[in-house]
Design a binder for this molecule. Structure first.
Ligand code: AP5
Length: 213
């Protein structure tokens, strides 16, 4: 099964991806997590992506496409995968289609998670993330451990730089301008499954699984 998770920042893509990965036993590929890992390790890719990410801008397509193509060649992607945060532009969507069709494959579902702007602004202001494994908490809805040490991997729990208020507002604008057109792109192919991401997490998971049936 090949699934794309689409939706504005903070609608719960990362949160839901964990449930989808466990249910379908497919790898969760988050381009945001890949960039953050590179940033933490100080690689040239991470350093190049840093400025764009902190301002809430998209990293240039050229930097994203090779790393995704490379990742999808991994043996764990043979039976499917879940893409979170990719594609984000029409150039990326077309490149993904070409990559898949070249391998005789295609996307099965595009899940569009939706939530009002005020909901996602609140969620991102309170979000805390593990620097190592990407696990996600929220200071009020799902508080992290008091010592800010990840119970899964012992990584440091921190607040993402792009969750600062100004960057969040820019990310929302960038989403509308650059990623919004993908809704029409995938709708025309009959792939879009709309899921209300503003409900409590367990309800969102249920709706998401129903949308994939
Ligand atoms: P990325 O990491 O992909 O960020 P994003 O798409 O902005 O999405 P988020 O991670 O902010 O939100 P989410 O929807 O995953 O929400 P979450 O589950 O964490 O990208 C970051 C940056 O990297 C980009 O801005 C760009 O610079 C670059 N980048 C990445 N991919 C790129 C690409 N393809 N091309 C170019 N540039 C790229 O949930 C948020 C919070 O809400 C958490 O605290 C969570 O606990 C809480 N929450 C979740 N669901 C619920 C719920 N149902 N009820 C209550 N609280 C909830």
């Amino acid at each position: 099964m090949i699934i794309v998770l689409l939706g504005p920042p903070g609608t719960g893509k990362g949160t839901q991806a964990a449930a989808v990965r466990n249910r379908f036993r497919i790898p969760h590929i988050s381009t945001g997590d890949i960039f953050r890992r590179n940033l933490a390790e100080g690689t040239p890719l991470g350093l190049e992506a840093k400025g764009y990410m902190e301002k809430g801008e998209l990293v240039p397509d050229g930097l994203v496409l090779d790393l995704v193509a490379d990742r999808l060649r991994g043996p764990d992607c043979r039976d499917g995968f879940l893409l979170d945060g990719f594609p984000r532009t029409e150039v990326q969507a077309e490149a993904l289609d070409r990559l898949l069709s070249g391998a005789g494959r295609s996307i099965d579902h595009v899940v569009l998670l939706e939530a009002p702007d005020e909901t996602v602004v609140d969620r991102l202001a309170g979000r805390r993330v593990c620097k190592s494994c990407g696990a996600v908490w929220h200071v009020t809805h799902n508080p992290p451990p008091a010592d800010l040490v990840c119970p899964e991997c012992s990584g440091e729990i921190y607040q993402r730089a792009d969750d600062a208020a100004e960057a969040v507002l820019n990310r929302l604008r960038v989403y509308v301008r650059q990623t919004g057109p993908l809704i029409g792109y995938y709708d025309a192919k009959g792939l879009i499954r709309r899921v209300d991401g503003s409900r409590p997490p367990a309800e969102v998971v249920e709706a998401l699984f129903r949308s994939l049936a």
